[in-house]
Design a protein around this ligand. Structure first.
Ligand SMILES: [Zn+2]
Length: 254
């Protein structure tokens, strides 16, 4: 019995369901926090639909985060550190190439589960000239309930270490400007990351992002979306009383 792994496996199968078109072949990856020092992440070479428990590896969060401290770290360092960060059999499966992205997000106490996918309609928008406008604004009320009032938008950069650094910077900027945590990160020409305190939070936000994208595709085809005015968005989005601080993302206690 491993409740965290059970939940992670169920969430991964949901997101990998071929009927949903969120991920195919080896696309996408998922993770779940075990404790302050470690998390489970999908290993390379598994499909989200067909993965079993053996397809996840437990890795040390602080060990992986060390990559961010070395400005000269390259691809060779990433493979070495990923291998060294594995808890248990270091000759077993290798963590997903996006493990650093997952570590950055799981450092935030409110995020216990993370799902990264390449949904077809979401990527149709993300690969278009309207990507940023489409996902930073809102088009209907239920979208705000699931996806909050804004999402983090990340312009295209090289995958791997460069992308992880860019996501971290954009996430910190979002939290500083908005005072709340986002629930979705949209990466231009790449895909979606959703985060939350439960598998349901991750899957609901992924479902709603993809539904929004399908509506956006139709709206752009019908002459262009009519985005909600800011005051309409603000009336639906209730901000938590306490504004979120950057403490946990930076991995510091100040
Ligand atoms: Zn991806």
């Amino acid at each position: 019995m491993n409740p965290v792994l059970d939940k992670l496996l169920e969430m991964t199968h949901y997101l990998g369901d071929p009927g949903k078109d969120y991920a195919m072949l080896g696309e996408g990856n998922t993770s779940a926090r075990v404790d302050d020092d470690s998390f489970y992440v999908k290993a390379s070479g598994h499909t989200m639909a067909g993965i079993g428990m053996e397809g996840f590896v437990q890795v040390s969060t602080p060990r992986i985060m060390e990559l961010l401290e070395d400005p000269n770290a390259g691809d060779g360092d990433v493979s070495r550190v990923y291998q060294e960060a594995v808890i248990g059999d270091s000759n077993g499966p290798r963590p997903s190439v996006e493990a650093l992205l997952h570590a950055i997000l799981l450092q935030i106490p409110e995020f216990s589960f993370v799902g990264h996918t390449h949904p077809v309609h979401t990527n149709a928008i993300l690969c278009s000239v309207n990507a940023k406008e489409a996902f930073t604004r809102r088009i209907f009320p239920d979208q705000i309930v699931s996806m909050k009032h804004r999402s983090v938008f990340v312009p295209y950069v090289d995958p791997g270490l460069v992308l992880a650094r860019e996501v971290k910077a954009r996430l910190e900027q979002f939290i500083e400007e908005e005072g709340v945590l986002p629930s979705a990160i949209l990466m231009q020409n790449h895909g979606l990351i959703t985060m939350g305190d439960s598998p349901k939070a991750v899957t609901s936000c992924t479902d709603m992002t993809e539904k929004s994208a399908r509506i956006l595709v139709g709206a752009y085809a019908a002459g262009g979306p009519r985005f909600l005015e800011d005051h309409h968005v603000d009336r639906i989005f209730t901000r938590p009383d306490e504004h979120y601080r950057l403490r946990s993302i930076a991995g510091r206690d100040s």
